[in-house]
Design a protein around this ligand. Structure first.
Ligand code: AQP
Length: 355
């Protein structure tokens, strides 16, 4: 964008003017988050966190550990507490710099729950009933189809709209929730005049949907009970290689990207994300070789890429005071931004505020 505008500028005066505008233009804002519902998978890493690290220089980024979303499914309190710090530690270990990004824990910024209540009153029952994640999760947790599970997308809309985020980097599974966020923002803006930035989803080219290694028609999920279905960011090398060796493929022997080869295509997508190679190059690399060699290569590429994340994670988890400092400073900055939006919303809907 910047270069295109610069290339189109014909005079020195135009170029100087563009440089001045760009020096003063605020960076676009990004918001995203992960639920601390267990050990994060390479789906969370490739679909979300790895991409976040490439955005930190060009955008103003806020990354949240969304622990309030997590309790829509029953959690063990001690495990939730631990997973909350672990998720923050993964953000840092993956390379997010706390000097450049605001990282915080959702329950530390009360404006999320407050705005969610207001937005609940601007979101239709029918809209929420159509959310596929609600249908999937209510089928999976049939004994606990609580109201929070149903209104989860409204809390997610509040998370995003509070910060006037321009872009939301997510995997494809969250696209429907972003569309709902846009609809709610547009509805509110239409009633009360411009209040919220209407956000766009921001998705990587590959890795938007990493599939289960045991059922490649199903998304890889951190809460999957079959351990062989998921590769965890913190799994050791032997475990990673063993899981890839057991990955479901097909009765064919050719490494080729194709809709009718979901297992192999999923492994190719994973390999591509970790090595940067495109599908043509991968097909050539494994021409005439069997699935055994291919699976081993995928496992090694994955384990080697994640090894530094794992070792940094271990150091960070041993320094709880540092994690708390990052979370506290992040919450202070996030609260400041969130309050500005919330006050505006409260004024617009007619809530009385003291001067
Ligand atoms: N399989 C995936 N492929 C690509 N991206 C994925 N994401 C999750 N799974 C994949 C992306 O990770 C971010 C955080 O997700 P989340 O924790 O908020 O919720 P989720 O999508 O429900 O993730 P899980 O792992 O499936 O969690 P559980 O098992 O607790 O429901 C999002 O950007 C998501 O797109």
């Amino acid at each position: 964008m910047q270069n295109k505008r610069m290339a189109a500028a014909t005079t020195r005066k135009d170029r100087l003017s563009i440089m001045n505008q760009e020096a003063t233009a605020p960076k676009k804002r990004i918001f995203s988050g992960v639920q601390p519902t267990g050990n994060l998978t390479i789906g969370n890493y490739l679909g979300a966190i790895k991409n976040w690290t490439t955005l930190q220089d060009d955008y103003e980024c806020l990354y949240c550990v969304v622990n309030q979303h997590a309790i829509t499914v029953r959690q063990d309190p001690a495990a939730l507490r631990r997973a909350t710090y672990e998720t923050l530690a993964v953000y840092l270990a993956a390379g997010l710099d706390p000097e450049k990004n605001t990282m915080f824990i959702q329950s530390h910024v009360s404006a999320h729950a407050e705005l969610a209540w207001v937005l609940n009153c601007y979101t239709m029952f029918g809209e929420l009933s159509r959310m596929t994640q609600f249908k999937d999760k209510s089928a999976k947790h049939a004994d606990n189809v609580n109201a929070g599970l149903f209104t989860y997308p409204v809390l997610m809309a509040a998370d995003i709209l509070l910060y006037q985020a321009d872009l939301v980097p997510v995997g494809i599974d969250q696209k429907q929730h972003i569309e709902l966020t846009r609809d709610v923002a547009e509805r509110f803006n239409a009633i009360y005049s411009n209040t919220f930035t209407v956000p766009e989803p921001y998705m990587p080219k590959t890795g938007t949907k990493i599939m289960s290694l045991q059922d490649p028609t199903k998304k890889m999920s951190k809460s999957d009970e079959n351990e062989n279905a998921t590769v965890r960011i913190l799994d050791d090398k032997d475990t990673i290689i063993r899981k890839f060796k057991r990955a479901v493929t097909d009765s064919d022997t050719v490494v080729r990207y194709s809709e009718d080869k979901p297992g192999v295509s999923n492994l190719m997508a994973i390999y591509s994300c970790f090595t940067g190679k495109d599908f043509d190059a991968i097909e050539k690399e494994f021409e005439g070789k069997g699935y055994g060699d291919f699976k081993l290569a995928v496992g090694e590429a994955c384990a080697d890429s994640l090894a530094p994340v794992r070792s940094r994670f271990t150091e960070l988890m041993a320094d709880k005071a540092y994690l708390e400092t990052v979370a506290k400073e992040g919450a202070a900055r996030a609260s400041y931004l969130a309050r500005k939006t919330l006050s505006k919303v409260y004024r617009k809907v007619g809530f009385v505020e003291f001067k």
